[in-house]
Design a protein around this ligand. Structure first.
Ligand code: NAP
Length: 313
C-alpha cells in the first residue's frame, strides 16, 4: 500500500523531516515547481499537512487537498491556519503547546532584562573599545518594575511566574479573567498600559488582537515604559512603534517578532534602546526536538485511530 503523504509547507529541522519520512511519504512543497499539477496527480495520497507558525495552511491550500484529514502544526500559535475551514471540513488540527512554554517565557525575561539594562549596547561599547574612553551610561532597574502581560495563557503565566521572582508586581489583560492567578486583571489594554512600566505581549494573534498595541497604548505606556513582544509581529502597529521609539515617546522595546518577518524596519537598527531577536522563542535543540516529537506523535495517533495528544480542532 502507498505510504500516506504528508505535505510540509516549508523546510523544518532535519530531525522532524527524518522522523516523518520514516513513517510517511514526506512531500517537500518548496521543491515542487508546479504545485497545482503535483496536487492534482497525488491528491488522494496527501492526507496530512505539517506547517509552522510562519507557513500554515490557508483556505486555498486546504481546498486543494480533498483527502486532507489532519494538520499537525509545529507551533502553539495557529494564526496561519484557517481554523474555520478546518472545522467546516472536519479536518483535525494539532499544535505543540507546553513543549515550548518555558523556552518562550525564558526569552521574554531575557528581553526584559536586556532591554532595560541595554545589554546589547553595553556589548557594543566593550567590543568597539569605547570603555577605555568612558564608562557606559546609567540605565534603569528591572527588579521591582510593574509588569503588565497581555494574554495570561500558558506562556503569559510562565512569564508572570518568572518575573514575580524579580519582585515585580504583575497585572494582566486577557480574554477571560483568571480568578485563581492572584494577579490583578485590568478590563482593557489601555488601563493595563497606564498602570505598568513593562508591557509584555503574550496573547494569540486573532482578529481582535491584531494591532492590539497601537498609538494609544504606546502613549499610555509612555517615555519611561518598555514594550516586549514575544507573541506575533502583527500584534503591534509597527510604524507607530517605530515613530514612538524614534521620538522618545516610548522608553524602549524588546522584540522577537516583527510585522513583516524577516524584514525589520531600518530605523530600529540604529536605536540602542531596542533589543532585536529573529523570532527565536523556541529555537533551542531541546525544545525543537520536543516539538518535533509531538508533531509526529499526533500524526501517528491520528492514522492509528488513537486519541490525538494535543488537539485544537
Ligand atoms: P495559549 O495558552 O493559548 O494563550 C493565549 C492567550 O491569549 C490566552 O490567555 C488567551 O486568553 C489570550 N487571548 C486570546 N485572545 C485574546 C484577546 N482578544 N485579548 C486578550 N487576550 C487574548 O497560547 P501560548 O502557548 O501561551 O502562546 C501564546 C502565543 O505566543 C501564541 O499564540 C504564539 O502566537 C506566540 N508564540 C510565540 C513564539 C515565539 O517564538 N516568539 C513561540 C510560541 C508561541 P484566554 O486564556 O482568556 O483564552
Amino acid at each position: 500500500m502507498d505510504k500516506i503523504g504528508v505535505w510540509f509547507t516549508c523546510p523544518m529541522s532535519n530531525y522532524l523531516q527524518d522522523e516523518v519520512a520514516k513513517r510517511f511519504k514526506l512531500i517537500k512543497s518548496w521543491e515542487i515547481a508546479s504545485k497545482t499539477a503535483f496536487i492534482n496527480h497525488h491528491s488522494k495520497s496527501i492526507r496530512a499537512i505539517v506547517g509552522n507558525g510562519a507557513y500554515g495552511a490557508d483556505s486555498t491550500l486546504i481546498e486543494s487537498l480533498p483527502y486532507l484529514e489532519i494538520i499537525s502544526s509545529h507551533s502553539s500559535g495557529l494564526d496561519q491556519i484557517d481554523l474555520v475551514k478546518c472545522k467546516e471540513r472536519g479536518i483535525r488540527v494539532t499544535s505543540t503547546p507546553d513543549t515550548l512554554t518555558d523556552e518562550v517565557a525564558d526569552l521574554a525575561i531575557t528581553l526584559i532584562l536586556a532591554t532595560v539594562r541595554r545589554i546589547c549596547a553595553c556589548d557594543q561599547h566593550v567590543r568597539n573599545g569605547l570603555w577605555k574612553q568612558q564608562d557606559f551610561k546609567l540605565t534603569t532597574k528591572g527588579s521591582g518594575k510593574h509588569v503588565g502581560i497581555i494574554g495570561l495563557g500558558r506562556i503569559g503565566s510562565a512569564i508572570a511566574k518568572r518575573i514575580h521572582a524579580f519582585g515585580c508586581p504583575v497585572s494582566y489583560y486577557s480574554r477571560t479573567e483568571k480568578l485563581n492567578s492572584g494577579y490583578k486583571c485590568h478590563p482593557n489594554v489601555i488601563e493595563l498600559a497606564t498602570n505598568c512600566e513593562i508591557l509584555v505581549v503574550a496573547c494569540s494573534l486573532t482578529e481582535s488582537t491584531y494591532h492590539i498595541i497601537n498609538r494609544e497604548v504606546i502613549d499610555a505606556l509612555g517615555p519611561n515604559g518598555y514594550l516586549i513582544n514575544i507573541g506575533r509581529g502583527a500584534h503591534v502597529d509597527e510604524p507607530e512603534l517605530v515613530s514612538a521609539l524614534v521620538e522618545g515617546r516610548l522608553g524602549g522595546a524588546g522584540l522577537d517578532v516583527f510585522e513583516h518577518e524577516p524584514e525589520v524596519p531600518d530605523q530600529l537598527i540604529g536605536l540602542d534602546n531596542v533589543v532585536l531577536s529573529p523570532h527565536v522563542g523556541t529555537c533551542t535543540m531541546e525544545t525543537r526536538k520536543a516539538m518535533a516529537d509531538l508533531v509526529v506523535a499526533n500524526l501517528v495517533a491520528h492514522f492509528s485511530n488513537e486519541p490525538l495528544l494535543t488537539p485544537v480542532v
